[in-house]
Design a protein around this ligand. Structure first.
Ligand code: PTJ
Length: 250
């Protein structure tokens, strides 16, 4: 369908088209369409833009990735569909490893997601053949790569499920989540929660990674930035933003 650029919700409708077309190609799971609908609703409440608290979290996320010993970016069907190119760029800039982690895992879809990442320049994509397991997670969603998520100290998880976020935290990892729902279990469990659309969040983190690198900030300074960040307070700011905005509109 041709969406006119003049449409007031052009970006949102384009994204919807993208996710449907990637579902047709077998990259997005059918439940990914439901997840997208939920995301759209929250994004609508945010005004479909990056709010100040999200920007703060994006900067802290960049600092976490830069000081990590072994950072990993976890990619599922929706993340690949909406941000493959930016995720690959972020991985090569940090540098961080890319690992496919599907909630509804099937070998065919793993290969398709990996192929999409490679088509955007990814040199290595982990977890095609899993060789480790996240403790406490049953079935295929606990499968991971020994050199990737399993050994990582910092993991970026866009659109993640609450159980896996908690299991990763229980492993002692620093978890950075991208989730438009500030009330979700993932948002509440992560160390750094970015309440923003993945389509805006990943390019923003990438910009912060580049500017922090250019700034020449020391490890100690980056650690200082992270130490003063309060995720609970930041989430409360996101919720307060939505409630202010909805009050004004009523
Ligand atoms: O590809 P798979 O098999 O790994 O499955 C991926 C999905 C996303 C289907 C799976 O992880 C899932 O069911 O996720 P949930 O539990 O529906 O959680 C998705 C969360 O992401 C919800 O809180 C949504 O509000 C949020 N979300 C949806 N779209 C976006 C988003 N957050 C940021 N950007 C989006 N575009």
């Amino acid at each position: 369908m041709k969406i006119p650029k003049s449409h007031p919700r052009y970006e949102s409708l384009k994204t919807r088209e993208t996710i449907v077309s990637l579902w047709r190609r077998g990259i997005v799971h059918p439940s990914g369409l439901v997840a997208q609908g939920r995301g759209e609703a929250f994004d609508y409440l945010l005004g479909e833009r990056t709010i100040a608290s999200a920007r703060k979290a994006e900067k802290v996320a960049a600092a976490c990735l830069l000081i990590a010993r072994s950072p990993v970016i976890s990619v599922n069907g929706n993340a690949a569909a909406l941000a493959a190119r930016a995720l690959v760029r972020l991985a090569s800039t940090v540098p961080a490893k890319l690992e496919v982690n599907l909630f509804h895992r099937s070998e065919t879809r793993v290969r398709k997601v990996a192929a999409l990442l490679r088509s955007h320049g990814a040199k290595e994509v982990l977890n095609i053949r899993p060789d480790a397991r996240i403790p406490g997670l049953e079935h295929a969603r606990g499968l991971c790569s020994k050199d990737g998520v399993y050994a990582s100290d910092v993991v970026l998880v866009p659109l993640e499920d609450g159980d896996r976020t908690l299991a990763l935290r229980n492993m002692g990892k620093v978890v950075i989540a991208i989730d438009l729902n500030p009330l979700s279990r993932t948002a509440r469990t992560a160390d750094v929660t970015i309440v923003d659309n993945i389509t805006r969040a990943v390019p923003n983190i990438l910009r912060y990674v580049r500017s922090l690198k250019r700034s020449g900030k020391t490890r100690k300074e980056l650690k200082g930035m992270i130490a003063v960040f309060d995720n609970k307070k930041n989430l409360a700011e996101a919720v307060a933003f939505v409630s202010r905005r909805t009050n004004l509109e009523c």
